[in-house]
Design a protein around this ligand. Structure first.
Ligand code: K1U
Ligand code: ZN
Length: 167
């Protein structure tokens, strides 16, 4: 199974709003499998299809310590959010940058699984943060947009410098 290349911030394709999946077929299941493999290999605790330049509403998450609780969420929708938590976030599209972001403390997300069955997940802590981070990607938002304009400018400059060095 191929590992998928991950777009790097500030690539403008990270700003594209992903379209809902209309039909859950083998193409979508194959995409989810490749995304999961890419996430585990990175390593990361989540990955949105946007980050691999596929603009469909698919995310994969495994925020477990044992790395054996894969969630594949198709057309995820945040249906409830409550409270506040501030936690350190990173992003596979912004390697080497970690910063504190304020998020809802508790969320409920409705989604379709790979069989097309409606499911809900209620989460707090790291899983809640990760769900919000990945849904943001599907909306074309990267976590640095939650930081101050000064930090965003510095991070953008650092990423552009790195991409010139590695090109
Ligand atoms: O969407 C992504 O870019 C993945 C990102 C998800 C995320 C991390 C932290 C808070 C919120 C969302 C990552 O996985 S970055 C890598 C990372 O944090 C990590 C990697 C391995 C083990 C544990 C954490
Ligand atoms: Zn990310």
């Amino acid at each position: 199974m191929p590992l998928l290349p991950i777009l790097r911030f500030p690539d403008p394709r990270l700003k594209i709003v992903a379209a809902p999946v209309k039909k859950i077929d083998d193409t979508i299941r194959c995409l989810a499998r490749d995304m999961a493999e890419t996430m585990y290999e990175a390593p990361g605790i989540g990955l949105a299809a946007t980050q691999v330049d596929v603009h469909l509403r698919v995310i994969v998450i495994d925020a477990s310590e044992t790395r054996d609780q894969l969630l594949v969420l198709i057309n995820p929708e945040l249906v409830e959010s409550a409270g506040v938590q501030v936690g350190e976030e990173g992003c596979l599209s912004v390697p080497g940058i970690y910063d504190k972001v304020e998020r809802a403390g508790h969320v409920v997300v409705r989604y379709l699984d790979t069989d097309g069955k409606a499911q809900t997940v209620a989460a707090d802590g790291l899983l809640a943060v990760c769900l919000q981070h990945e849904i943001d990607h599907l909306e074309g938002r990267v976590f640095v947009e939650h930081l101050s304009p000064l930090k965003q400018t510095r991070i953008k400059a650092k990423m552009l410098k790195q991409s010139r060095i590695t090109a």
